[in-house]
Write a protein that binds this ligand. Structure first.
Ligand code: NAD
Ligand code: ZN
Length: 352
């Protein structure tokens, strides 16, 4: 079992990474809870929710299944989950388990943060991407005007990563998760970046995958520990997300996976870094790797105006200037304010 600790001023917590750990959750909890609410989505419920339920000796364990997909991170589902929590009689000594990918982690985490002003919850990531979302305490739902606009910082009591569950991930979700690991490598670890660029996603062993996830987790932990509330360097984790988030919002949630959108965002970030900072980055290597591994890019010129508009409403915009994370070199991030006009012309140049 790999064990990592995240030190947080709100609450420090452990990340356990072990295959089949889903069968022994009660042993990893430090106290007994009056009841347990497992929040999961339709895909994950079919595969894993029974394993979790049967790992608890008592019968006050409830499962609520919501639709799979980004659309579920909504105010409606959030309210529905509160209703269920009340109906099942959850109290302040109850525990929520977020069983699923980043959508479930963000949504169930925000329900835990707000139910009776906050109850304990466990993150049980079941996607590669959720190595990122389950750590750092950011929980949120989307507003129709933008992603993650309603949320809070609320760390879990425990992250339990049963990497055995990754065996059932569809290829597209594997690609999605890798985009976030590539992001982390570009931010902080050029060796990791080289190692990533030397593998092919098809036929990747679980052992190799575990190592990549572990490296990604270490980078994420370091950044969130140093800047929990994202007033400084934690913002670097938004590398590739300026365009990524806007693309998700523009195309409608679910057309691109989060990671597919981030992958395009990373290429755009490189394009801007080269022009704005004269950076020299492994552009061709990354483009080739994305192509070889089946990443898609639906960007067209007619999307530019709307994308710029969406970016201007993003949390990352301050005084009409877009705070874009760029790279001076691999593992050398900086925050660069960009005017909308400039961003627009870069976007046009990037797409052409
Ligand atoms: P997701 O939760 O939608 O999962 C992707 C798909 O895989 C879903 O259809 C899901 O049902 C399915 N799935 C999940 N686990 C599975 C398994 N083991 N086997 C088979 N299918 C499985 O999406 P995601 O990519 O995990 O997360 C994306 C979300 O994470 C976005 O909403 C993003 O904003 C958020 N996020 C949050 C943070 C944060 O710091 N809070 C960081 C990064 C991303
Ligand atoms: Zn992301």
């Amino acid at each position: 079992m790999e064990r990592l600790v995240v030190n947080s001023s709100l609450q420090s917590y452990t990340i356990y990474m072990e295959e089949k750990s889903r069968f022994k959750i009660p042993k990893l909890l430090k106290k007994e809870y009056s009841s347990i609410l497992i929040i999961t989505d339709t895909n994950v419920a079919k595969l894993y929710s029974n394993d979790i339920v049967s790992s608890f000796p008592h019968d006050k364990v409830y499962v609520v299944v919501v639709d799979a997909g980004e659309q579920t991170k909504s105010l409606d589902t959030f309210y529905y989950l509160h209703t269920k929590a009340i109906e099942y009689g959850l109290d302040r000594e109850s525990l929520i388990i977020a069983l699923g990918g980043g959508v479930i982690g963000d949504l169930a985490g925000f329900v835990a943060a707000t139910f009776m002003r906050g109850i304990d919850y466990v993150q049980m990531p079941t996607t590669i991407l959720a190595h990122d979302s389950s750590v750092g305490g950011k929980v949120a739902i989307n507003h129709e005007k933008g992603k993650n606009l309603i949320g809070s910082f609320y760390p879990p009591i425990l992250v339990l990563y049963d990497t055995d569950t990754l065996k059932t991930l569809p290829a597209r979700e594997v690609r999605s998760g890798f985009a976030e690991i590539i992001k982390e490598a570009m931010l902080a670890d050029s060796d990791l970046f080289d190692r990533l660029m030397s593998v092919s996603l098809e036929g990747l062993t679980l052992e190799a995958l575990n190592l990549f996830i572990y490296s990604g987790l270490q980078i994420k932990i370091k950044l969130v520990e140093a800047d929990e509330k994202e007033t400084g360097n934690r913002k670097f984790l938004n590398l590739g997300h300026t365009l990524g988030h806007a693309l998700e919002a523009k195309l409608g949630y679910g057309v691109l996976t989060h990671g597919e959108a981030v992958a395009i965002g990373l290429l755009f970030m490189i394009y801007v870094s080269e022009r704005e900072l004269g950076a020299s980055l492994p552009t061709e290597t990354l483009i080739k790797w994305f192509k070889k591994n089946g990443y898609i890019n639906p960007l067209t010129l007619d999307m530019v105006d709307e994308l710029v508009e969406i970016i201007l409403h993003d949390k990352k915009t301050v005084n009409q200037k877009i705070q874009m994370i760029l790279l001076r070199n691999l593992a050398g991030p900086i925050i660069q304010p960009l005017e909308a006009k400039k961003l627009k012309s870069y976007l046009q140049g990037f797409i052409v």
